[in-house]
Design a protein around this ligand. Structure first.
Ligand code: URA
Ligand code: SF4
Length: 217
């Protein structure tokens, strides 16, 4: 691996401005070269939502649709998330939505681009953006959607089943509670209707718990 393509390159610190607004961060992230993922992606996908949101939702990384549009959670996983937020009585526009990793990692198979999970090195490289977002937004509660997001916000690997739904202290963000739950795309992979509905109900219950904790429901 060359130095240029190694995910252990410097990380995003160099590109993250100090005490910046969300708008400033969004703009600065376009120039980020903190890991190699920017090279093959169409654009950075930063976040959606307002500074001052009480509830921050963190996904894994942009998918194919997000990479093309520049907006988080606009593809199939985003539609599943919308359904769950609706069921939980949370208006999407009151939340701040972002991802652990801001560029799409994929593998080319012919004309198709197949999602590839970001590595720990990508999560670590991109983490300064998340720190800066938390500092700018000041959420009461950060919801980690799935294992990659949980690793990013907690700074350690966890098993979703063991920690889901319970408020956890954020190791690095004072006054912020973390709620870990599943990633919405995990629901899309469940073929059996009854199982998928049960999984959706459990996801909605976690989102409700997070919203109640944040005082936004
Ligand atoms: N999955 C994610 O984790 N984030 C997105 O923005 C889209 C799909
Ligand atoms: Fe920078 Fe994150 Fe993109 Fe890597 S994935 S280039 S660290 S914004």
């Amino acid at each position: 691996m060359t130095a240029e393509s190694s995910p252990s390159r410097p990380g995003a610190e160099h590109w993250v401005p100090g005490s910046a607004s969300v708008e400033e961060l969004r703009h600065a992230a376009e120039a980020c070269r903190g890991c190699e993922l920017w090279q093959d992606a169409t654009q950075v996908v930063f976040s959606e939502g307002a500074q001052g949101a009480r509830l921050m939702l963190v996904g894994e990384q942009p998918g194919d649709r997000e990479d093309l549009s520049g907006e988080p959670f606009v593809g199939p996983a985003g539609r599943m998330l919308d359904t769950a937020l609706d069921d939980a009585g949370i208006a999407r526009e009151t939340t701040y939505l972002t991802n652990a990793v801001k560029h799409f990692r994929f593998e080319r198979r012919g004309p198709r681009r197949i999602h590839e999970k970001p590595g720990v090195a990508h999560v670590n490289a991109c983490r300064p953006w998340l720190d800066a977002e938390v500092a700018a937004v000041h959420p009461a509660v950060v919801v980690a959607l799935g294992a990659t997001a949980a690793r990013a916000v907690l700074g350690r690997p966890v098993t979703i089943g063991e920690v889901r739904g319970e408020p956890l202290d954020a190791p690095d963000w004072r006054g912020v509670s973390i709620v870990v739950t599943v990633h919405p795309s995990s629901l899309l992979r469940i073929r059996d209707d009854a199982d998928r509905h049960a999984a959706l109900r459990a996801f909605v219950a976690d989102l409700r718990a997070a919203a109640d904790l944040a005082g936004v429901r």
